[in-house]
Each structure stands twice: as structure tokens, then as C-alpha cells.
Design a protein around this ligand. Structure first.
Ligand code: M6R
Length: 369
């Protein structure tokens, strides 16, 4: 039930902190990740895996893309992300040392179910991340990590996304443990960061209260671009998808480094561009590069809305608006940065008088291929 909320989507966004907290519940014990549900995917099996293929559609695929950065970085195993409907048509290379990880909120997405079946028949080990107990995809998988986001009713996936990323991060830290690729101190640091996310998400919800006004003056806009880099890139893709499906606006997410390779031609005066800015504390020095992207598009008249770490003074002179997010390690920032984009899509669709829970032409679960 909607309770006092104006829409399921608004209610479900407000539940994003709980979705993460509940997905973590019982899975960190004495400072270690504990996933007994992995069953046959024992530490020995997981230590021997030489490649991971993540399969999913839509928002779940963007969660997968984000998870791929974390798993590769922590567990030092190559991770490839494939849209489920592309996967089996490319004659993929699968061996008994391939771990296929499917991600699905509903557990009923036909494209993902078929890809899971194909992977199992081809001899891969198959793990699923799913939000719906007893649904079809878990039934055909060797093991399941359930996300505990609670029922998601709105067509647009929001709280399931942050729960999927949480499950992938738990998996990444478990793989790092069994493969010995992170030091005890690094493991402890990342587990602490993950456990701190629900409280920070609650802060983001408070800091995002003015996004309705922002969306108000944009109600007539016809195109919005999203730029992100590294772990900010999947966030850009997710922000664009949400805007397309809810507000029926042309929206595209780009890797910021790709700007000069084509998309900058789209920038004309008044073009709205959201930029997910990496932390100035990020040791990879991506921050100055993204700030320079902002200067480039600003010089061509773009209106820039930056999602940046609280206190990031470098973006202030160049952004029309800054949405602040709490401090977190670089790998964890995207879980916080995505929430303002969920809210923006909701508010813009609301400003346009659209049905946010049931956008046109879409179904909550796509049970046909
Ligand atoms: O139930 P699933 O997670 O398998 O669904 C996958 C996509 O259909 C879904 O995420 C879709 O992209 C959402 N409507 C996005 O908000």
C-alpha cells in the first residue's frame, strides 16, 4: 500500500536507505561478509573462477556495471557485463570456471531467464541476485543472493537498484576474502563504508528536498544529458533511463571522457547537463578532469547541475546548481549520487502531470522476449 505517499515511486525512493540496510542485515558478522546462501558456490569454487559475466536488463544492468568496477578492483577477476538479450546471441565463451551472475528485481524477466538457462546449459556456474522469493530466475540458478528491498510496485526501479549494488558489493568483498586479494585492513574499511551507506542515504534524501523546484523550471525541456566517469558512468546511464521512462524526455548518459569524441557537438546554449563529479579526494585524479569537462560545456552555454561531494569548492564557480552528497570512499559514492537522479525524474514527471507509477508503454516485469 502507498500509505500517505502520493505515489509508489515516491514511497520506494524514501525506502532506499532501508533497502540497503535490509540487504546487509545478517550478512556482516564480526566484521566479515557471510553469505551462506552461496551453497554449492563454495570458497574453493569461487577462488578458482577465472571470469565473471554479469547478465541483466535495464536498471539491473546498470547496477551490474557498477558492481563490475567493485568486483574487478577488489577481487582481481575480469568482469564483463552483458545485456541478457545480447548474451546468448554472441556465441559467448563459457567454461566451468566462468561465473555467470544474473541480476533481476522481479526474477521473471524473460530475457534474463533465458540467458540464465543458456549459461547453465553451457556449463557455467550460475548465481542470481534477485528481489523476489520463489520467482523463476532463482529456481534455475545454483545459488541466490536475495536483495531485501521489499516489494517494488512502481515500474521505475529505484530501491531495487541500490539493493542490487549492495548485494554485488557484498559478493565482491566475499570474493576478495576467498581469493585473498584485499588486506584485512582494506576489507574492514570497505565493509565499514558499506555499512555506513544507509545513514548517508537518509542524509541524501534530506539534501534532495529542493529538487522539485529544479524540476519545475525544467518542465519544458526536451533533452537532458548526464555525464559521469568511472563509477559515475553507470549513474549517468541510470539517470538518463529514469528520465526517459518517466518524463518521456530524450536523455542520454555518457562517459565524461567520451565528450570530445562526439557528444560535445550536442551542447548548445541552454542544454541541461547533469554531471556526476568524483570526489576531490579520489586518488585517481579524475576530479580535475571532470571539472574541466564542466568548464568545456559551460563555455558552450550548457546549464550544469553538478552532483558533487559536500564541500567540493572547485565545482561551485562553474555549476548552475550543486546537489551535495555526503563524503564516502570513491567506490561507494555512486550509491549516494544516484538518489537525486531518481528524485529528479520523479519530480520532472510530476511537474509534467504524468503518471509516475505507470508510465506509458511499460510493464513492471517484461515476461516476453
Ligand atoms: O525485474 P528486472 O530487474 O529483471 O527488470 C529489468 C528491467 O526491465 C528494469 O530494470 C527496467 O529497466 C526498469 N523499468 C527501469 O526503471
Amino acid at each position: 500500500e502507498k500509505g500517505g505517499w502520493s505515489s509508489f515511486m515516491r514511497k520506494e525512493i524514501s525506502e532506499e536507505p532501508d533497502a540497503v540496510a535490509n540487504t546487509l542485515l545478517g550478512r556482516v558478522v564480526d566484521g566479515a561478509v557471510v553469505l551462506p546462501e552461496l551453497g554449492a558456490l563454495t570458497p574453493e569454487v569461487l577462488a578458482d573462477i577465472d571470469r565473471i559475466v554479469i547478465i541483466a536488463c535495464g536498471t539491473a544492468a546498470y547496477a551490474g556495471l557498477l558492481g563490475s568496477y567493485a568486483i574487478e578492483s577488489w577481487a582481481r577477476v575480469p568482469v564483463q557485463v552483458e545485456l541478457s538479450h545480447e548474451f546468448r546471441y554472441r556465441n559467448p565463451i563459457i567454461t566451468p570456471r566462468t561465473l555467470v551472475v544474473s541480476i533481476s528485481q522481479s526474477g521473471e524477466t524473460m530475457d534474463t531467464l533465458m540467458a540464465v538457462r543458456f549459461a547453465a546449459e553451457s556449463g557455467a556456474r550460475v548465481l542470481s541476485i534477485c528481489n523476489t522469493q520463489g520467482s523463476s530466475i532463482p529456481r534455475e540458478s545454483e545459488a541466490v543472493i536475495y536483495t531485501h528491498a521489499g516489494p517494488e510496485v512502481a515500474v521505475a526501479s529505484t530501491k531495487a537498484f541500490v539493493a542490487q549494488v549492495t548485494a554485488l558489493y557484498l559478493l565482491g568483498l566475499h570474493l576478495a576474502t576467498v581469493r585473498g586479494t584485499l588486506s584485512p585492513a582494506e576489507l574492514a574499511h570497505n565493509i565499514d563504508e558499506l555499512q555506513a551507506i544507509p545513514a548517508k542515504l537518509a542524509d541524501v534524501l534530506v539534501a534532495s528536498e529542493d529538487i522539485g523546484q529544479l524540476a519545475g523550471w525544467m518542465a519544458d525541456t526536451r533533452s537532458v544529458l548526464f555525464l559521469g566517469r568511472n563509477v559515475g558512468y553507470p549513474v549517468a546511464l541510470e539517470g538518463a533511463l529514469k528520465l526517459k521512462e518517466l518524463a518521456y524526455i530524450h536523455a542520454e548518459g555518457f562517459a565524461a571522457g567520451e565528450l570530445k569524441h562526439g557528444p560535445i557537438a550536442l551542447i548548445e546554449p541552454g542544454q541541461i547537463v547533469f554531471v556526476i563529479v568524483p570526489s576531490p579526494r579520489d586518488p585517481s585524479s579524475l576530479h580535475p578532469k571532470v571539472v574541466s569537462n564542466i568548464q568545456e560545456i559551460r563555455a558552450r552555454g550548457a546549464r550544469v547541475i553538478a552532483i558533487a561531494e559536500k564541500g567540493d569548492a572547485a565545482v561551485l564557480p562553474f555549476a548552475d546548481e550543486v546537489i551535495p552528497i555526503p563524503l564516502a570512499s570513491p567506490m561507494f559514492e555512486p550509491i549516494l549520487a544516484v538518489v537525486p537522479l531518481h528524485i529528479f525524474a520523479l519530480e520532472l514527471a510530476t511537474a509534467k502531470g504524468l503518471d509516475v507509477d505507470q508510465p506509458r508503454n511499460l510493464a513492471k516485469s517484461v515476461t516476453v522476449e
